[in-house]
Design a protein around this ligand. Structure first.
Ligand code: MRU
Length: 338
């Protein structure tokens, strides 16, 4: 499978996710400033992809500030801080930056080696997590083609390759177990409309776009067998931050008595966050809500509440599945290890 991000002779190459599906534009990012700009305007997005971008960003900085076999460590650490601050919620970004920094004293080539390791680990971790999650969902919902609901975008573009929740959906579809996917996040960023539907169509999986406020209604009416989503940060107790709107489908899933499975690589787990209250939630530009496709849709001066994420309590989550199995915070949920 083609990688979403990679290193190519001193530049970071990726696809501009902000333009899909209308335009498929490759980006070649040759400086930390360009990479930070790509992250903040969501050309690169999705927690695992941000982890890879963070690691590659440090490699980019180490090569920019190289003096022979060494680099100006203070300058690279300054860039690392700016990279980490580019988006606050997905813990993978800071994690990827930290991973690459572990080799700073060994020089720019060692930093690049570490960043490349982060990329290849992300590929294998996501595939393993997706396969484990698919096995778990098959066990939780046996003997029938499934009607799944997912929220935001968790496909190959949100990771280095394979995807997380969408990877699990692809695995289930490969086994003939998917009847239909309802895909949410149709406002304000349209990651479900623009990206999830694009990847589902690419994989030949039947789907319908689901207006965000209709997700809970679909679940409570019995039209969904299982909710499967990704994560931007999982706290030590299993509370999970994901795209705004996840909490409302989680509440509906609990009300309807259907499982909600979170799929994420271990790099999305933040042991330093004891619970969801410790997770910083990014608030985004009011313009994303007051305007649509560049045109105003709210009165001038309208005040806006535009959090990019919400936190679903662990008690509403059936399982957080990583490459290693069910995350310990959910070991008591009774689902066992897939
Ligand atoms: O604001 P975004 O588009 O970066 O939000 C992304 C999500 O919420 C995803 O669901 C999450 O990062 C999981 S990606 C495999």
């Amino acid at each position: 499978m083609e990688r979403t991000l990679d290193w190519d002779h001193g530049v970071v190459v990726t696809v501009d996710q902000s333009l899909l599906p209308q335009r498929h534009r490759r980006l070649r990012l040759g400086s930390v400033d360009e990479l930070i700009d790509a992250i903040t305007r969501l050309a690169i997005r999705g927690a695992p992809a941000l982890g890879a971008a963070g690691a590659l960003g440090v490699a980019l900085s180490a090569h920019t500030h190289r003096h022979g076999g060494r680099c100006d460590e203070a300058a690279v650490r300054r860039d690392a801080e700016r990279l980490t601050a580019a988006r606050p919620t997905a813990v993978n970004l800071a994690w990827g930056v930290r991973r690459a920094l572990t080799r700073l004293a060994d020089g720019p080539d060692a930093v690049l080696d570490e960043a490349r390791l982060v990329l290849s680990e992300d590929e294998t971790a996501n595939l393993a997590a997706a396969q484990r999650a698919a096995a778990l969902i098959r066990r939780l919902c046996p003997d029938r083609p499934l009607r799944l609901l997912t929220h935001c975008h968790t496909g190959r573009l949100a990771t280095v390759a394979h995807g997380t929740a969408l990877g699990a959906i692809r695995e289930l579809a490969g086994a003939g177990r998917v009847l239909e996917v309802l895909a949410g996040e149709t406002r304000p960023l349209l990651q479900g409309a623009r990206l999830t539907s694009w990847e589902l169509a690419e994989a030949g999986i039947a789907y319908r776009l689901c207006v965000d406020s209709a997700g809970p209604a679909a679940i409570v009416s019995g039209a969904v067998d299982c909710v499967v989503v990704g994560a931007d940060r999982v706290a030590a107790n299993g509370d999970t931050a994901n795209k705004i709107g996840t909490l409302s489908v989680a509440l509906a899933a609990r009300h309807a008595g259907i499982p909600l499975v979170v799929v994420a690589p271990r790099s999305t787990i933040d042991p330093a966050a004891a619970h969801g209250g410790d997770i910083p939630v990014e608030e985004r530009d009011p313009h994303e809500v007051t305007h649509f496709a560049g045109r105003p849709v709210a009165p001038p001066g309208a005040r806006v509440f535009n959090p990019a994420f919400d936190v679903t309590p662990a008690s509403l989550i059936t399982a957080v599945v990583t490459e290693d199995g069910v995350f310990p915070g959910h070991a008591e949920s009774g689902v066992g290890q897939p």
